[in-house]
Design a protein around this ligand. Structure first.
Ligand code: BGC
Length: 445
Protein backbone atom coordinates (compact mmCIF):
# COMPACT_ATOMS: atom_id res chain seq x y z
CA UNK A 1 0.00 0.00 0.00
CA UNK A 2 2.83 2.44 -0.81
CA UNK A 3 0.26 4.75 -2.37
CA UNK A 4 -1.22 5.48 1.03
CA UNK A 5 1.83 6.38 3.08
CA UNK A 6 2.68 10.01 3.76
CA UNK A 7 5.99 11.32 5.08
CA UNK A 8 6.41 12.01 8.78
CA UNK A 9 5.30 15.50 9.89
CA UNK A 10 3.23 15.86 6.75
CA UNK A 11 1.29 19.14 6.53
CA UNK A 12 -2.46 18.70 6.22
CA UNK A 13 -4.69 21.69 5.75
CA UNK A 14 -6.32 24.25 3.54
CA UNK A 15 -5.53 27.43 1.63
CA UNK A 16 -7.44 30.67 1.21
CA UNK A 17 -6.81 34.13 -0.22
CA UNK A 18 -7.63 37.43 1.44
CA UNK A 19 -9.64 38.94 -1.41
CA UNK A 20 -11.72 35.82 -1.87
CA UNK A 21 -12.88 35.44 1.73
CA UNK A 22 -12.39 38.57 3.84
CA UNK A 23 -15.04 41.03 2.61
CA UNK A 24 -14.90 44.27 4.63
CA UNK A 25 -13.26 46.04 1.70
CA UNK A 26 -13.83 49.48 3.19
CA UNK A 27 -12.89 48.60 6.75
CA UNK A 28 -10.12 50.09 8.84
CA UNK A 29 -8.33 52.15 6.21
CA UNK A 30 -7.94 49.56 3.44
CA UNK A 31 -7.15 51.08 0.04
CA UNK A 32 -8.56 50.05 -3.36
CA UNK A 33 -7.03 47.26 -5.41
CA UNK A 34 -7.25 46.12 -9.02
CA UNK A 35 -9.99 43.59 -8.26
CA UNK A 36 -12.22 46.32 -6.79
CA UNK A 37 -11.86 48.27 -10.03
CA UNK A 38 -12.33 45.22 -12.26
CA UNK A 39 -15.46 44.22 -10.35
CA UNK A 40 -16.93 47.74 -10.41
CA UNK A 41 -16.49 47.78 -14.20
CA UNK A 42 -18.99 44.92 -14.48
CA UNK A 43 -16.59 42.10 -15.25
CA UNK A 44 -17.90 39.47 -12.83
CA UNK A 45 -20.01 36.84 -14.58
CA UNK A 46 -22.70 36.48 -11.91
CA UNK A 47 -22.72 40.19 -11.08
CA UNK A 48 -21.52 39.58 -7.53
CA UNK A 49 -18.63 41.23 -5.73
CA UNK A 50 -16.23 40.44 -2.89
CA UNK A 51 -17.68 43.23 -0.70
CA UNK A 52 -18.87 40.68 1.86
CA UNK A 53 -17.65 37.34 0.47
CA UNK A 54 -17.37 35.04 3.54
CA UNK A 55 -17.01 37.98 5.93
CA UNK A 56 -13.90 36.26 7.20
CA UNK A 57 -12.61 39.65 8.34
CA UNK A 58 -15.13 39.42 11.17
CA UNK A 59 -15.75 35.68 11.38
CA UNK A 60 -12.17 34.41 11.36
CA UNK A 61 -12.38 32.81 14.84
CA UNK A 62 -15.13 30.52 13.54
CA UNK A 63 -13.07 29.65 10.47
CA UNK A 64 -10.00 28.81 12.54
CA UNK A 65 -12.17 26.62 14.77
CA UNK A 66 -13.29 24.69 11.67
CA UNK A 67 -9.67 23.92 10.85
CA UNK A 68 -8.86 23.00 14.41
CA UNK A 69 -11.83 20.64 14.55
CA UNK A 70 -10.67 19.06 11.31
CA UNK A 71 -7.29 18.34 12.89
CA UNK A 72 -5.44 20.37 10.27
CA UNK A 73 -1.91 21.35 11.20
CA UNK A 74 -1.23 23.95 8.47
CA UNK A 75 -3.07 26.87 6.92
CA UNK A 76 -1.99 29.07 4.02
CA UNK A 77 -3.71 32.44 3.96
CA UNK A 78 -2.81 35.64 2.18
CA UNK A 79 -2.18 39.12 3.45
CA UNK A 80 -3.92 41.97 1.66
CA UNK A 81 -1.33 44.48 0.46
CA UNK A 82 -3.98 47.29 0.31
CA UNK A 83 -4.78 46.78 3.99
CA UNK A 84 -1.12 47.21 4.96
CA UNK A 85 -0.15 49.99 2.53
CA UNK A 86 -3.41 51.50 1.25
CA UNK A 87 -1.77 53.20 -1.70
CA UNK A 88 0.86 50.50 -2.22
CA UNK A 89 3.72 52.59 -0.86
CA UNK A 90 4.32 55.14 1.86
CA UNK A 91 2.43 55.22 5.12
CA UNK A 92 1.72 51.92 6.84
CA UNK A 93 -1.87 51.35 8.00
CA UNK A 94 -1.53 50.11 11.58
CA UNK A 95 -5.07 48.70 11.64
CA UNK A 96 -4.24 46.44 8.71
CA UNK A 97 -1.21 44.98 10.46
CA UNK A 98 -3.25 44.61 13.66
CA UNK A 99 -5.81 42.44 11.86
CA UNK A 100 -3.20 39.92 10.69
CA UNK A 101 -1.51 40.05 14.07
CA UNK A 102 -4.72 38.86 15.74
CA UNK A 103 -5.35 36.32 13.01
CA UNK A 104 -1.87 34.80 13.38
CA UNK A 105 -2.26 34.56 17.14
CA UNK A 106 -5.58 32.78 16.63
CA UNK A 107 -4.07 30.32 14.16
CA UNK A 108 -1.20 29.54 16.52
CA UNK A 109 -3.52 29.12 19.51
CA UNK A 110 -5.37 26.48 17.48
CA UNK A 111 -2.09 24.56 17.07
CA UNK A 112 -1.94 25.31 13.33
CA UNK A 113 1.16 26.38 11.38
CA UNK A 114 0.47 29.73 9.68
CA UNK A 115 1.85 29.94 6.13
CA UNK A 116 1.56 33.52 4.93
CA UNK A 117 1.37 34.43 1.27
CA UNK A 118 2.15 38.06 0.53
CA UNK A 119 0.48 38.50 -2.83
CA UNK A 120 -2.66 36.75 -3.91
CA UNK A 121 -3.60 39.20 -6.66
CA UNK A 122 -4.79 42.30 -4.80
CA UNK A 123 -2.41 44.86 -6.31
CA UNK A 124 -3.06 48.33 -4.85
CA UNK A 125 -4.78 50.39 -7.56
CA UNK A 126 -2.32 53.33 -7.45
CA UNK A 127 0.49 50.91 -8.35
CA UNK A 128 -1.53 49.61 -11.28
CA UNK A 129 -2.17 53.21 -12.36
CA UNK A 130 1.60 53.67 -12.43
CA UNK A 131 2.02 50.69 -14.78
CA UNK A 132 1.44 47.69 -12.53
CA UNK A 133 3.32 44.53 -13.44
CA UNK A 134 4.14 45.92 -16.87
CA UNK A 135 7.07 47.83 -15.42
CA UNK A 136 9.81 47.68 -12.82
CA UNK A 137 8.29 50.41 -10.70
CA UNK A 138 6.44 47.84 -8.64
CA UNK A 139 9.51 45.82 -7.63
CA UNK A 140 10.74 48.16 -4.89
CA UNK A 141 7.30 48.71 -3.33
CA UNK A 142 6.66 44.96 -3.18
CA UNK A 143 9.98 44.33 -1.42
CA UNK A 144 9.23 47.12 1.05
CA UNK A 145 5.74 45.74 1.72
CA UNK A 146 7.27 42.29 2.36
CA UNK A 147 9.77 43.85 4.76
CA UNK A 148 7.05 45.70 6.67
CA UNK A 149 4.84 42.64 7.09
CA UNK A 150 7.71 40.38 8.12
CA UNK A 151 8.93 42.96 10.63
CA UNK A 152 5.59 42.62 12.39
CA UNK A 153 4.84 38.91 12.03
CA UNK A 154 8.05 36.95 11.51
CA UNK A 155 8.45 36.38 15.24
CA UNK A 156 5.44 34.03 14.91
CA UNK A 157 4.99 33.21 11.22
CA UNK A 158 7.85 31.03 10.03
CA UNK A 159 6.62 30.16 6.53
CA UNK A 160 6.58 32.95 3.96
CA UNK A 161 5.35 32.60 0.41
CA UNK A 162 6.00 35.64 -1.80
CA UNK A 163 3.58 35.33 -4.71
CA UNK A 164 0.62 33.22 -5.74
CA UNK A 165 0.60 32.07 -9.36
CA UNK A 166 2.46 34.82 -11.22
CA UNK A 167 1.62 33.05 -14.49
CA UNK A 168 -2.13 33.38 -13.95
CA UNK A 169 -1.82 37.08 -13.09
CA UNK A 170 0.31 37.66 -16.18
CA UNK A 171 -1.64 35.61 -18.69
CA UNK A 172 -5.20 36.33 -17.60
CA UNK A 173 -4.68 39.80 -16.11
CA UNK A 174 -2.31 41.36 -18.65
CA UNK A 175 -2.41 39.03 -21.67
CA UNK A 176 -6.03 38.18 -22.41
CA UNK A 177 -7.88 40.45 -19.97
CA UNK A 178 -10.13 37.87 -18.32
CA UNK A 179 -8.96 38.84 -14.84
CA UNK A 180 -7.93 42.09 -13.15
CA UNK A 181 -6.59 44.47 -14.24
CA UNK A 182 -8.16 43.31 -17.49
CA UNK A 183 -5.52 44.23 -20.08
CA UNK A 184 -5.37 42.53 -23.47
CA UNK A 185 -1.70 43.07 -24.21
CA UNK A 186 -0.98 39.67 -25.76
CA UNK A 187 2.38 37.92 -25.65
CA UNK A 188 4.44 40.94 -24.66
CA UNK A 189 2.05 41.89 -21.88
CA UNK A 190 2.17 38.39 -20.44
CA UNK A 191 5.94 38.09 -20.56
CA UNK A 192 6.53 41.53 -19.09
CA UNK A 193 4.18 40.80 -16.19
CA UNK A 194 5.88 37.47 -15.59
CA UNK A 195 9.34 39.00 -15.61
CA UNK A 196 8.49 41.83 -13.25
CA UNK A 197 6.77 39.51 -10.79
CA UNK A 198 9.88 37.30 -10.89
CA UNK A 199 12.00 40.34 -10.08
CA UNK A 200 9.68 41.46 -7.29
CA UNK A 201 9.72 38.00 -5.82
CA UNK A 202 13.52 37.90 -5.79
CA UNK A 203 13.67 41.34 -4.19
CA UNK A 204 11.11 40.44 -1.51
CA UNK A 205 12.88 37.18 -0.64
CA UNK A 206 16.11 39.12 -0.16
CA UNK A 207 14.39 41.89 1.81
CA UNK A 208 13.01 39.38 4.32
CA UNK A 209 16.18 37.30 4.51
CA UNK A 210 18.25 40.44 5.21
CA UNK A 211 16.37 41.05 8.47
CA UNK A 212 15.39 37.58 9.71
CA UNK A 213 16.94 34.16 10.03
CA UNK A 214 15.42 30.75 10.60
CA UNK A 215 12.44 31.33 8.32
CA UNK A 216 11.14 29.08 5.58
CA UNK A 217 11.05 31.27 2.48
CA UNK A 218 9.34 30.35 -0.74
CA UNK A 219 6.64 31.10 -3.25
CA UNK A 220 3.61 29.46 -4.80
CA UNK A 221 3.54 28.54 -8.49
CA UNK A 222 0.71 27.14 -10.56
CA UNK A 223 2.39 24.28 -12.42
CA UNK A 224 0.47 22.20 -14.91
CA UNK A 225 2.30 19.64 -17.07
CA UNK A 226 1.77 20.53 -20.73
CA UNK A 227 1.33 17.92 -23.38
CA UNK A 228 0.46 18.01 -27.06
CA UNK A 229 -2.97 17.07 -28.31
CA UNK A 230 -1.40 14.90 -31.02
CA UNK A 231 1.98 13.69 -32.27
CA UNK A 232 1.95 16.23 -35.08
CA UNK A 233 5.23 18.17 -34.87
CA UNK A 234 3.43 21.52 -34.81
CA UNK A 235 1.34 20.44 -31.81
CA UNK A 236 4.42 19.12 -30.02
CA UNK A 237 6.19 22.43 -30.63
CA UNK A 238 3.12 24.39 -29.48
CA UNK A 239 2.97 22.42 -26.21
CA UNK A 240 6.67 23.12 -25.62
CA UNK A 241 6.11 26.84 -26.17
CA UNK A 242 3.19 26.88 -23.77
CA UNK A 243 5.20 24.90 -21.20
CA UNK A 244 7.84 27.64 -21.39
CA UNK A 245 5.27 30.38 -20.82
CA UNK A 246 3.06 28.67 -18.26
CA UNK A 247 5.62 26.75 -16.18
CA UNK A 248 9.17 27.54 -17.04
CA UNK A 249 9.47 31.32 -16.98
CA UNK A 250 8.76 31.19 -13.26
CA UNK A 251 10.30 27.85 -12.36
CA UNK A 252 13.52 28.15 -14.36
CA UNK A 253 13.90 31.77 -13.34
CA UNK A 254 13.63 31.07 -9.64
CA UNK A 255 15.44 27.74 -9.39
CA UNK A 256 18.02 28.06 -12.18
CA UNK A 257 18.32 31.77 -12.90
CA UNK A 258 17.46 31.10 -16.55
CA UNK A 259 15.06 32.51 -19.07
CA UNK A 260 13.73 29.66 -21.24
CA UNK A 261 15.61 29.68 -24.55
CA UNK A 262 12.32 29.45 -26.46
CA UNK A 263 11.32 32.87 -25.10
CA UNK A 264 14.65 34.69 -24.95
CA UNK A 265 14.05 36.65 -28.16
CA UNK A 266 10.59 37.77 -27.14
CA UNK A 267 11.84 38.93 -23.73
CA UNK A 268 15.01 40.72 -24.76
CA UNK A 269 13.29 44.11 -24.95
CA UNK A 270 12.86 44.29 -21.19
CA UNK A 271 15.35 41.88 -19.60
CA UNK A 272 18.34 43.80 -18.28
CA UNK A 273 21.82 42.60 -17.34
CA UNK A 274 21.77 41.06 -13.88
CA UNK A 275 18.07 40.18 -13.93
CA UNK A 276 18.59 36.41 -14.01
CA UNK A 277 20.76 36.60 -10.89
CA UNK A 278 18.21 38.82 -9.16
CA UNK A 279 15.41 36.37 -9.91
CA UNK A 280 17.24 33.22 -8.80
CA UNK A 281 16.93 32.43 -5.12
CA UNK A 282 17.64 29.29 -3.04
CA UNK A 283 14.14 29.01 -1.61
CA UNK A 284 13.42 26.64 1.27
CA UNK A 285 9.97 25.56 0.16
CA UNK A 286 8.05 25.62 -3.11
CA UNK A 287 4.25 25.76 -3.03
CA UNK A 288 2.59 24.04 -5.97
CA UNK A 289 -0.95 24.70 -7.10
CA UNK A 290 -2.14 21.84 -9.27
CA UNK A 291 -5.54 21.61 -10.94
CA UNK A 292 -5.05 19.61 -14.17
CA UNK A 293 -2.76 18.94 -17.07
CA UNK A 294 -2.78 21.23 -20.09
CA UNK A 295 -3.28 19.67 -23.50
CA UNK A 296 -2.30 22.11 -26.22
CA UNK A 297 -2.29 22.35 -30.00
CA UNK A 298 -0.95 24.66 -32.67
CA UNK A 299 -3.50 27.25 -33.73
CA UNK A 300 -2.70 30.63 -35.20
CA UNK A 301 -4.41 33.77 -33.99
CA UNK A 302 -3.68 33.21 -30.30
CA UNK A 303 -0.68 34.31 -28.24
CA UNK A 304 2.27 32.05 -29.08
CA UNK A 305 0.07 30.34 -31.72
CA UNK A 306 -1.13 27.93 -29.05
CA UNK A 307 -4.65 26.92 -28.14
CA UNK A 308 -6.38 24.36 -25.96
CA UNK A 309 -6.58 20.92 -27.52
CA UNK A 310 -8.79 17.95 -26.76
CA UNK A 311 -7.90 16.88 -23.21
CA UNK A 312 -8.73 13.22 -23.95
CA UNK A 313 -10.50 13.01 -20.61
CA UNK A 314 -13.92 11.77 -19.51
CA UNK A 315 -14.01 13.36 -16.05
CA UNK A 316 -14.63 17.09 -15.57
CA UNK A 317 -15.19 19.54 -12.71
CA UNK A 318 -17.84 22.22 -12.52
CA UNK A 319 -15.31 24.65 -14.03
CA UNK A 320 -15.11 22.32 -17.05
CA UNK A 321 -11.54 21.49 -16.07
CA UNK A 322 -10.38 17.91 -16.72
CA UNK A 323 -9.76 15.73 -13.67
CA UNK A 324 -6.26 14.28 -14.16
CA UNK A 325 -4.72 13.19 -10.85
CA UNK A 326 -1.83 11.39 -12.57
CA UNK A 327 -0.64 14.81 -13.77
CA UNK A 328 0.17 15.70 -10.17
CA UNK A 329 2.30 12.56 -9.86
CA UNK A 330 4.12 13.40 -13.11
CA UNK A 331 4.67 16.97 -11.94
CA UNK A 332 6.22 15.95 -8.62
CA UNK A 333 8.44 13.38 -10.34
CA UNK A 334 9.58 15.97 -12.89
CA UNK A 335 10.56 18.37 -10.10
CA UNK A 336 12.71 15.64 -8.60
CA UNK A 337 14.22 14.66 -11.95
CA UNK A 338 14.77 18.10 -13.49
CA UNK A 339 15.05 20.57 -10.60
CA UNK A 340 17.02 18.81 -7.86
CA UNK A 341 14.04 17.57 -5.85
CA UNK A 342 13.15 20.83 -4.08
CA UNK A 343 11.22 20.69 -0.81
CA UNK A 344 7.66 21.36 -1.90
CA UNK A 345 4.07 21.07 -0.82
CA UNK A 346 0.74 21.11 -2.58
CA UNK A 347 -0.47 24.61 -1.74
CA UNK A 348 -3.73 24.29 -3.69
CA UNK A 349 -5.67 21.41 -5.19
CA UNK A 350 -9.41 21.19 -5.41
CA UNK A 351 -12.50 21.40 -7.55
CA UNK A 352 -15.72 23.35 -7.95
CA UNK A 353 -18.89 21.31 -8.32
CA UNK A 354 -22.55 22.28 -8.35
CA UNK A 355 -23.15 21.34 -4.73
CA UNK A 356 -26.66 20.69 -3.53
CA UNK A 357 -27.89 21.19 0.02
CA UNK A 358 -29.83 18.08 0.97
CA UNK A 359 -33.15 18.02 2.84
CA UNK A 360 -31.12 17.28 5.98
CA UNK A 361 -29.15 20.50 5.45
CA UNK A 362 -25.99 18.53 4.63
CA UNK A 363 -23.85 18.80 1.50
CA UNK A 364 -22.89 15.42 0.09
CA UNK A 365 -20.14 16.02 -2.44
CA UNK A 366 -18.88 12.61 -3.54
CA UNK A 367 -17.20 13.97 -6.68
CA UNK A 368 -15.05 16.32 -4.59
CA UNK A 369 -14.20 13.50 -2.17
CA UNK A 370 -13.12 11.34 -5.11
CA UNK A 371 -11.12 14.26 -6.52
CA UNK A 372 -9.17 14.66 -3.25
CA UNK A 373 -8.73 10.92 -2.80
CA UNK A 374 -7.26 10.45 -6.27
CA UNK A 375 -4.91 13.42 -6.00
CA UNK A 376 -3.74 12.34 -2.55
CA UNK A 377 -2.91 8.93 -3.98
CA UNK A 378 -0.74 10.66 -6.57
CA UNK A 379 1.04 12.59 -3.82
CA UNK A 380 1.66 9.43 -1.78
CA UNK A 381 2.90 7.58 -4.87
CA UNK A 382 5.32 10.42 -5.64
CA UNK A 383 6.52 10.47 -2.02
CA UNK A 384 7.16 6.73 -2.27
CA UNK A 385 9.39 7.50 -5.29
CA UNK A 386 11.46 9.85 -3.15
CA UNK A 387 9.83 13.15 -4.16
CA UNK A 388 10.38 15.73 -1.45
CA UNK A 389 6.72 16.59 -0.89
CA UNK A 390 5.91 17.83 2.57
CA UNK A 391 2.22 18.60 2.65
CA UNK A 392 -1.16 18.84 1.03
CA UNK A 393 -3.35 21.92 1.43
CA UNK A 394 -6.68 21.78 -0.32
CA UNK A 395 -8.32 24.62 -2.19
CA UNK A 396 -10.28 25.82 -0.38
CA UNK A 397 -11.41 25.97 3.21
CA UNK A 398 -14.56 27.91 2.29
CA UNK A 399 -16.71 28.53 -0.73
CA UNK A 400 -15.53 31.97 -1.77
CA UNK A 401 -15.35 34.73 -4.39
CA UNK A 402 -14.05 32.81 -7.38
CA UNK A 403 -12.62 35.84 -9.17
CA UNK A 404 -14.35 36.61 -12.48
CA UNK A 405 -16.88 33.81 -11.83
CA UNK A 406 -18.03 35.54 -8.65
CA UNK A 407 -19.79 33.60 -5.93
CA UNK A 408 -21.27 31.12 -8.35
CA UNK A 409 -18.44 28.55 -8.37
CA UNK A 410 -17.96 26.73 -5.08
CA UNK A 411 -14.54 25.27 -4.26
CA UNK A 412 -14.96 24.98 -0.48
CA UNK A 413 -14.88 21.96 1.78
CA UNK A 414 -17.18 24.12 3.89
CA UNK A 415 -20.30 25.57 2.29
CA UNK A 416 -21.00 29.26 2.82
CA UNK A 417 -24.60 30.42 2.61
CA UNK A 418 -24.11 33.91 1.18
CA UNK A 419 -27.40 35.15 2.63
CA UNK A 420 -26.80 34.11 6.23
CA UNK A 421 -23.01 33.48 6.09
CA UNK A 422 -23.63 30.20 7.86
CA UNK A 423 -20.84 27.65 7.42
CA UNK A 424 -21.73 24.01 6.76
CA UNK A 425 -18.93 21.45 6.51
CA UNK A 426 -19.38 19.23 3.45
CA UNK A 427 -18.61 15.50 3.24
CA UNK A 428 -15.26 16.42 1.68
CA UNK A 429 -14.39 18.30 4.89
CA UNK A 430 -15.08 15.14 6.88
CA UNK A 431 -13.02 13.09 4.45
CA UNK A 432 -10.00 15.40 4.69
CA UNK A 433 -10.37 15.71 8.46
CA UNK A 434 -10.41 11.93 8.90
CA UNK A 435 -7.49 11.57 6.50
CA UNK A 436 -5.47 14.26 8.29
CA UNK A 437 -6.14 12.66 11.66
CA UNK A 438 -5.24 9.17 10.43
CA UNK A 439 -2.26 10.39 8.39
CA UNK A 440 -3.41 8.20 5.50
CA UNK A 441 -6.26 8.20 2.99
CA UNK A 442 -9.27 6.75 4.79
CA UNK A 443 -11.98 4.57 3.26
CA UNK A 444 -14.76 5.59 5.63
CA UNK A 445 -15.26 8.89 7.41
C1 BGC B 1 -6.05 30.47 -7.43
C2 BGC B 1 -7.26 30.59 -6.54
C3 BGC B 1 -8.49 30.18 -7.32
C4 BGC B 1 -8.35 28.74 -7.74
C5 BGC B 1 -9.53 28.18 -8.50
C6 BGC B 1 -6.04 29.25 -8.30
O1 BGC B 1 -5.63 29.60 -9.58
O2 BGC B 1 -4.88 30.59 -6.69
O3 BGC B 1 -7.32 31.89 -6.06
O4 BGC B 1 -9.66 30.39 -6.61
O5 BGC B 1 -7.22 28.60 -8.56
O6 BGC B 1 -9.71 28.86 -9.69
Amino acid sequence: MAANIFPKDFLWGASTAAYQIEGALDADGRGPCVWDTFTAAGNIKDGSSAAVACDHYHRWPEDIALMKDAGFNAYRFSIAWPRILPTGTGAVNAAGLDFYDRLVDGILEAGIRPMACLYHWDLPQPLEDAGGWQGRGVVGPFAEYARVVAARLADRVKDWMMLNEPNVVAIFGYGVGEQAPGHKLGEQGMLRALHHQNLAQGAALRAIAAEHSGLTLGTVLNLQPCRAESDRPEDVAAAARWDAVWNRVTLDGLLRGEIPALLADKMKGFVQPGDEAAIRYPIDLLGINYYSRMTMKHEEGHPFDVWWGDAHCDRWTGMAWPVQPDGLYDLLVSLKRDYGNPACYVAENGAAYDDVVGPDGAVHDPERVAFFRDHLESVARAAAQGCNVKGYLCWSLLDNFEWSFGLDKRFGIVRVDYDTLKRTPKDSYRFLAATAKAGRIVETF
